[in-house]
Design a protein around this ligand. Structure first.
Ligand code: XMP
Length: 304
C-alpha cells in the first residue's frame, strides 16, 4: 500500500529538483508512463515533452485516446507507422521481429529527443523492473528503452519504488481515466507479437479489429487478466456463396497473478459464439475463429 497523499507531492518535488530544461518521456498509454507523465507535468509544466510514437502496431483508437487524455500537455505525436512496417518486411522470426520493432522505436525516439533538445529523460521503471535488472534476471528492454547515443543530464525514475498495484493506486489518485488505471498489460512490440509470421499491413488491420471486438466482448463482463486476438494464418471458409481463403483468428483470455503462469478462462459458449460471429461478420477477410485453451506453461500468453 502506498500513501498516495504523501507519495504524489514527494514525487513532484523530486522531479522539480532534478529536471533541467526540456525533459522527455516516451508515453505508451500504459499506466506506468501515464502516471509519470502526469507527475512530471505537475512538476515542470510545458518543459515536459511527452512523446507518443504511433508504431502502427497499437490498439484500435489508441492514438486518439492519447490525444484526448494528454492533449493539454506539450504532447508530440510521431506518426512512424510506415517506418515500423517497412522495417518489418520479410521478417518471420519472432525474436527478429521484436528486435526490429525495438530498434526502430529507439531510433525514432532518439531523433525526436535531439530535435526537441531534450536535456533530461523520465522513465516509468517500477520496482520489480529494477530488482529484475539489478539481479540480472532479465534486462528490461521495454520498447522505448534508453536512447543509446544521447547523454542526458539526468534520468529520472519517479515510480521506481512502487509495485504495479501501487502505481494503479497513484493513477486513481491522479484522476487518470479508469481505462488507464486498470489497463491490462500490452506487449512492448505491440500487435506484431499477435501475428504469426511476417507482419503485413493487411494482417495488422485484421488483428487490430479482432482485438477490439474481443476486448469489447470480454473485458468488462469477465475481467480477464489479459485478453486479445491473434492472426494465425489462412484457412478455407465460405462467405455468401463463395469459398474463400481467409484469416484464422485465435482468441485468448487468461487469468493470471503476474503473467508468469496463466490459465485459459472457461468462457460461456454463447460468448465465444458471439465473438466468432462478430469477427467473421465484421472483418471481411476473416474466415475462422479458434479459442486457445492452453495454459502457461506450456504455452506463453502471447503467440510469439
Ligand atoms: P508471455 O507471452 O511471455 O507474456 O507469456 C507475459 C506477459 O508479458 C507481456 N509481454 C511483453 N511485454 N515486451 C513487453 O513489454 C515484450 O516484448 C513482451 N512480450 C510479452 C505479455 O503481454 C504478457 O502480459
Amino acid at each position: 500500500m502506498v500513501k498516495t497523499e504523501k507519495f504524489i507531492p514527494k514525487a513532484i518535488e523530486k522531479i522539480k529538483a532534478k529536471a533541467q530544461g526540456k525533459t522527455i518521456i516516451a508515453l505508451s498509454g500504459g499506466v506506468d508512463s501515464s502516471v509519470c507523465a502526469v507527475l512530471a507535468h505537475r512538476a515542470i509544466g510545458d518543459n515536459l515533452i511527452p512523446i507518443y510514437i504511433d508504431t502502427g502496431l497499437m490498439r484500435k483508437g489508441e492514438t486518439e485516446r492519447i490525444k484526448e487524455i494528454f492533449g493539454d500537455m506539450n504532447l508530440q505525436i510521431i506518426d512512424a507507422k510506415d517506418r515500423f512496417l517497412d522495417n518489418l518486411v520479410g521478417i518471420k522470426d519472432p525474436e527478429e521481429k521484436r528486435k526490429a520493432v525495438g530498434e526502430t522505436f529507439i531510433r525514432v525516439f532518439e531523433e525526436e529527443a535531439i530535435y526537441v533538445e531534450a536535456e533530461c529523460l523520465i522513465q516509468g521503471t517500477i520496482y520489480p523492473d529494477k530488482i529484475e535488472s539489478d539481479g540480472g534476471i532479465k534486462s528490461h528492454h521495454n520498447v522505448g528503452g534508453l536512447p543509446e547515443h544521447i547523454k542526458f543530464k539526468h534520468i529520472i525514475e519517479p515510480i521506481d519504488d512502487l509495485y504495479k498495484d501501487e502505481v494503479r493506486e497513484v493513477a486513481h489518485a491522479l484522476d487518470l481515466p479508469e481505462e488507464i488505471c486498470e489497463r491490462m498489460p500490452f506487449p512492448g512490440p505491440g500487435l506484431s507479437v499477435r501475428i504469426i509470421g511476417e507482419v503485413t499491413r493487411e494482417k495488422v488491420d485484421v488483428v487490430r479489429e479482432a482485438n477490439a471486438i474481443v476486448e469489447e466482448e470480454l473485458l468488462e463482463q469477465f475481467c480477464p487478466w489479459q485478453t486479445f486476438a491473434a492472426v494465425l494464418g489462412k484457412g478455407t471458409g465460405v462467405k455468401g456463396d463463395l469459398r474463400v481463403h481467409g484469416w484464422i483468428v485465435a482468441v485468448r483470455a487468461v487469468g493470471s497473478r503476474d503473467g508468469m503462469t496463466a490459465e485459459a478462462m472457461e468462457l460461456p459458449w454463447d460468448t465465444l459464439r458471439k465473438i466468432s460471429s462478430r469477427i467473421t461478420g465484421e472483418i471481411p477477410t476473416a474466415a475462422r475463429v479458434v479459442y486457445d485453451i492452453t495454459p502457461k506453461p506450456p504455452a506463453t500468453i502471447e503467440f510469439e
